[in-house]
Design a protein around this ligand. Structure first.
Ligand code: ATP
Length: 308
């Protein structure tokens, strides 16, 4: 009988892997606006991550042959470090995320995780090592418990794991208010969640997945300042003991990063921590000064709106 059921078990596992793969892909497409075009090499081994470092080694890449987007990009994110990517719109920040997930291969150069070229390992193992928290996450038309638990590598998160992740992602208050708690249906055909709540679900999901490397896409302007601060605190907790690469739109959110990479037109133009970059008085300092002015203006109008 065991012999008979083993293939069925396998099928169940394949189904769960595909289903999880699909929603991960859906998240990626939403964030990265791209489609998959690379294939595993025959017999590609699994990525083995002991020390989750990320290295870009002289990476050259473009979407079309006649336009180079990344023009020889080299940087390292040592294991356990939190590195932020900043730069003007179109500089290539999201492209770096797409290459890290291997939705495309570089024209030349290499991307290494813990010393292994990501083009040489299986994509399943690569994506199992990477977590993504997009700005706007996709929710299944299923229960909120399912939406959190499907992050689990085998699809079998225990209720205790789901609850712990929800708590760490500061979702407990929301869940207490839901009619059927974790069994409440959410998504298009269920309860609609706000942008901030959806992002918390993505954080909880990633906690359940427990990947060693995170790609964070920080919110642009969908959240109010208070919610943003709360979410940032949760993201910090999520990043603890992991390696993270954040695509940052607001500089105020990344001042504590170990290192900030300033990208312009597909090249790394400055690199350092916040204080070092301010002292350089270059592009970062200029962006910082500009955003400080904008923030002040926004805060004034928010205060005026609140007072009204
Ligand atoms: P933003 O801050 O606005 O999100 P970014 O720094 O993340 O910008 P990317 O999204 O990496 O920039 O885009 C870099 C360049 O590549 C842009 O000029 C963009 O138009 C181009 N690009 C992005 N995706 C594609 C694609 N699928 N096909 C062709 N060109 C693309």
């Amino acid at each position: 009988l065991t012999q008979l059921f083993r293939p069925l078990d396998m099928l169940g596992m394949v189904y769960r892997t595909i289903r999880q793969g699909l929603i991960d892909m859906a998240d990626m497409f939403r964030l990265l606006d791209t489609e998959q075009e690379v294939q595993d090499k025959p017999g590609a081994p699994a990525l083995v991550v002991r020390r989750p470092s990320v290295v870009f080694e002289d990476v050259v890449f473009g979407y079309d042959r006649d336009r180079t987007i990344l023009k020889g990009l080299s940087f390292e994110v040592p294991a356990g470090h939190h590195v932020a990517l900043v730069g003007p719109s179109g500089a290539g920040k999201s492209t770096i995320g797409r290459l890290l997930f291997r939705f495309y291969d570089p024209w030349s150069g290499r991307i290494l995780i813990d010393g292994q070229d990501i083009a040489e390992v299986s994509q399943t193992s690569l994506r199992a090592a990477l977590g993504i928290v997009p700005q706007d996450s996709v929710l299944f038309n299923d229960t909120i418990g399912y939406n959190i638990g499907y992050g689990h590598p085998t699809g079998e998160a225990t209720p205790a794991q789901i609850e712990a992740a929800a708590q760490a992602a500061a979702l407990s208050g929301l869940i207490e208010r839901l009619p059927a708690r974790f069994d409440t249906e959410v998504g298009e055909r269920g309860l609609k969640l706000s942008g901030g709540e959806k992002q918390r679900v993505a954080i909880a999901r990633t906690l359940v997945k427990n990947p060693p490397i995170l790609l964070l896409d920080e919110a642009t302007s969908a959240l109010d300042t208070r919610t943003e601060q709360d979410i940032l605190a949760t993201l910090h907790a999520l990043s603890e003991n992991r390696t993270s690469l954040s695509i940052a739109h607001r500089l105020s959110t990344i001042v504590d990063s170990d290192s900030i990479l300033v990208l312009q037109d597909g090249r790394l133009v400055e690199q350092g921590n916040h204080a070092q970059l301010l002292r350089m008085d270059g592009l970062y300092a200029e962006m910082w000064a500009r955003q400080a002015n904008e923030t002040q203006a926004n805060e004034t109008s928010e205060a005026v709106a609140n007072a009204a």
